[in-house]
Design a protein around this ligand. Structure first.
Ligand code: PMP
Length: 405
């Protein structure tokens, strides 16, 4: 008998059905109307958004919106082709110049998404005969980049320079070595010891690539990320990032202190074979960069709200996995509890991310929050009230969070 190609999805379909509580599915939720950076109408009610990655709240910033609109008026809605085939627009090149200035590096490549930036850079940099060393908790696109590359891939223990050291010492002398880590990890909200990784990588002749998708805009002087905050931005070999979070747009980039990064434009398939970023996206990212670099009060507002939320959650008895960060992950005992609590938060008018395996490290089920500079003190109080309501009868005691970890 022939097997249907859909057969393999049967178990998944059953699991999705169990996650659908009273007709509401936590993934791919329909936002009926975006009311602001922090509010949406879902169905007939207004919901406070505490899971958007809109760290600086710039998606409704007047200057960013005006820049995007002006770009459409001047350049149209799309580029309709790749940079190699159709040519780069001046705006792509200009944004690359601005990124070079911002990161103080000689090389920058703008891509259409952050996913593509990692795929393009990592898969081209690590080739046949090279070794690619990935932090075990790396984002899916880093793993996908490894699949696309012809390099031998080795995983090392999450955030463990000691484990990386051990694995690098066992490698044969031949071939290049590229180590990939993230600045701020998207699920647990934990920060990498980038300075220690730089030392270990360079001691073994390896280059270090840091994905700062979640950390640019949030950490470091002028928001330049975790490597900068730890004083090693000039030693890190490659930094990638996205325009889909603090930059309030769509797109991605890779920058480097090595001018040779430019060479990958000629060979990297994910760079070569996809359409370039649309004029409005590029313009929004550029306008946001001006704000990220020049308006430190945005970062200050973000961190004020981070501490308010983090302190409120811990005072209530919740136990976030990591120290205070713009991403706060609360582990729950299992998927059923997490789903039930996610729904209770929605009933209370608070949207957070539900994160469950396989998207999470260590098979954890999480309620994941992300904080925005656009959240007011009253917004954070509202989120906290939602979480406190979980502790009323029927909810597991917060201490169970620890037993789930
Ligand atoms: N890297 C990390 C660590 C991410 O979390 C993400 C997306 N959430 C990406 C890269 C991809 O970014 P984009 O959404 O721009 O494709």
């Amino acid at each position: 008998m022939k097997t249907s190609i859909f057969g393999k999805f049967q178990k998944l379909a059953e699991r999705v059905d169990t996650l659908r509580v009273s007709g509401r599915l936590p993934f791919g939720l329909q936002m009926d109307e975006m009311l602001s950076q922090t509010r949406a109408r879902i169905g007939n009610r207004e919901v406070l958004l505490a899971g958007t990655n809109n760290y600086l709240g710039l998606t409704f910033d007047t200057d960013v919106m005006e820049a995007a609109k002006a770009a459409i008026d001047a350049q149209g809605t799309a580029t309709t082709g790749s940079r190699l085939a159709n040519g780069s627009y001046a705006a792509h090149l200009d944004l690359e110049e601005r990124l070079k200035e911002y990161f103080e590096v000689p090389s920058a490549i703008v891509c259409t998404t952050g996913y593509q930036a990692n795929l393009a850079a990592i898969s081209a940099l690590a080739g046949r005969g090279d070794h690619l060393l990935l932090d075990a908790d790396s984002h899916a696109c880093i793993y996908d980049a490894a699949r696309l590359s012809d390099a031998d891939t080795i995983r090392f223990r999450h955030n463990s320079p000691a484990d990386l050291d051990k694995r690098l010492s066992r490698l044969p002398k031949e071939g290049g070595r590229l180590v990939v880590i993230e600045g701020l990890y998207s699920m647990f909200g934990d920060v990498a010891p980038v300075a220690e990784f730089v030392e270990v990588a360079h001691a073994h002749g390896a280059m270090l690539f840091v994905d700062e998708a979640h950390s640019v805009g949030c950490y470091g002087e002028r928001g330049r990320g975790v490597a900068q905050a730890q004083g090693v931005a000039d030693k890190v070999d490659f930094i990638s990032g996205t325009f889909s979070k603090s930059f309030a747009s769509i797109g991605g980039f890779c920058v480097s202190r090595h001018v040779e990064l430019e060479l990958i434009r000629m060979v990297s398939r994910p760079y070569l074979f996809t359409a370039s970023g649309s004029p409005s996206n590029v313009a929004a990212a550029q306008a946001a960069l001006v704000k990220i670099a020049g308006e430190p009060q945005l970062g200050q507002a973000l961190w004020d709200r981070v501490h308010q939320l983090y302190d409120g959650l811990t005072e209530a008895g919740f136990e976030p996995i990591s120290p205070a960060a713009p991403i706060i992950a609360i582990p729950r005992p299992d998927e059923q509890v997490a789903v039930a609590e996610w729904n209770r938060l929605m009933d209370a008018g608070v949207y957070v991310n539900l994160a469950v395996p396989p998207a999470t490290p260590q098979s954890k089920s999480l309620l994941r929050l992300s904080v925005s500079a656009a959240h007011s003190e009253a917004d954070i109080d509202e989120v906290l009230a939602g979480f406190r309501s979980l502790l009323e009868d029927g909810a597991p005691a917060p201490s169970m969070a620890a037993s789930g970890s």
